[in-house]
Design a binder for this molecule. Structure first.
Ligand SMILES: [Zn+2]
Length: 387
């Protein structure tokens, strides 16, 4: 990396004149610019953020300085919906997916202290009516889970019964719920309303996250608004998966797509719903591209969903909003917190979102990550991956 970003080896150093979104700070630190950024100095000490102050306001003594000269510093990204169990299997997609619990346990151990993983099972809602299946799911979550029960809703005849079973299990165990919902271009797909009404009726107290909700965007205005009101009342969080939905929805051979495939995210946000975006599938049969990179997800989402003007209003959709949905203390830079942040070369949102930010520096506990992007050929030795 070139000089402006060379970090000192010292445990105590100052990042000066960093651009940090006002909403990513716990309290105001001087005036905000047009995009909503504050200009701040950040003192890092022994892996933690020791102090954040308006640029130039505090003398940090002999601490080495890294002059960021107005470059943007972001909190860590939070990806609320992805499928790591089948990522990068594009070339062996006809082969069955490996054993989920052991793959998850291995992944969680390997990435401890670098990535916090929360896992949810995924199966069609009609399987909730199969007692032996649900006994297996309960046992698997007891052994390997993180207190989150998940399923995919379809407009099957016994949808309500299936949902009721899932709610009952989650209530008995104190689990959260995470659903794939109405990933369909059929306006008649309205399981989101049924799910939200059930959550309200049962006074379900734990967090609920729903993903996709594509058909909501294609429903009549009145009907859509009733569903959005119910989602807001039920305090359900909504995650849009814009890259995967753009890829899968409105796909017909020989016909140019007319629809971007995404849910009514602006309307949900306006109703006070906690909304966010996430990556979803990665190089598998559901999405041929992607790299589990929330910077890519953000920049693509800005284009697909118009998450701009003001850009800052939507910046929480990749950090603070999913952190809230997942109960994680992330999404902000705050004194006393771990010195975890992302340094970029950009000075405003168009600069940030124009490039993939491949030269960003990820700082964990005060130290720059030295991890290299893996080569595709590292996958070649994996079971079932035919050359
Ligand atoms: Zn998904």
């Amino acid at each position: 990396m070139t000089a402006p970003f060379a970090l000192p080896s010292a445990k105590r150093y100052a990042l000066t004149q960093a651009r940090v979104l006002g909403r990513s700070l716990p309290k105001p630190e001087g005036p905000l610019d047009f995009d909503g950024f504050a200009s701040v100095d950040i003192l890092v000490d022994d892996g933690a953020i020791a102090k954040i102050a308006p640029a130039g306001a505090v003398d940090f003594g002999d601490a080495p300085r890294v002059a960021l000269s107005g470059r943007i510093v972001l909190p860590l990204f939070v990806d609320a919906h992805t499928h790591i169990d089948k990522g990068h299997i594009w070339r062996r997609k006809r082969n069955p997916v490996g054993d989920f619990p052991s793959a998850l346990a291995a992944a969680r151990e390997r990435w401890r202290d670098r990535i916090t993983l929360q896992a949810a099972p995924i199966f069609s809602v009609d399987f909730a009516l199969d007692r032996s299946h649900m006994a297996d799911v309960e046992a698997m979550l007891d052994a390997h889970g993180t207190g989150i029960l998940g399923a995919v809703t379809y407009m099957v005849p016994r949808l309500r019964e299936g949902l009721k079973t899932l709610f009952e299990l989650a209530e008995r165990k104190g689990w959260e719920l995470d659903f794939h919902v109405d990933e369909s271009a059929d306006p008649a797909a309205c399981s989101l309303k049924i799910l939200a009404d059930m959550a309200i009726e049962r006074r379900f107290a734990r967090p609920i996250l729903v993903g996709h909700c594509c058909s909501l965007a294609l429903q009549e205005d009145d009907e859509r608004q009733k569903t959005i009101d119910a989602v807001a009342r039920a305090r359900i969080s909504v995650v849009s998966l814009p890259m995967c939905n753009l890829f899968l929805q409105d796909r017909h051979p020989g016909r140019t797509p007319r629809w971007r495939g995404v849910t009514a995210l602006h309307e949900l946000k306006a109703a006070g719903v906690n909304v966010m975006i996430a990556s979803d599938n990665t190089r598998d049969p559901f999405y041929a591209f992607g790299d589990l990179d929330m910077m890519e997800t953000w920049r693509e989402a800005v284009r697909i969903l118009h998450l701009d003007y003001p850009f800052a209003d939507w910046a929480p959709a990749v950090a603070a909003a999913p952190a809230r949905a997942m109960g994680l203390d992330l999404g902000q830079l705050r004194p006393g917190g771990r010195a975890d942040m992302i340094l970029t070369r950009a000075r405003d949102f168009p600069e940030l979102l124009a490039r993939p930010q491949s030269d960003r520096i990820v700082i964990r506990s005060g130290e720059p990550s030295t991890a290299e992007l893996p080569d595709y050929d590292e996958l070649d030795g994996l079971k079932g991956l035919a050359p």
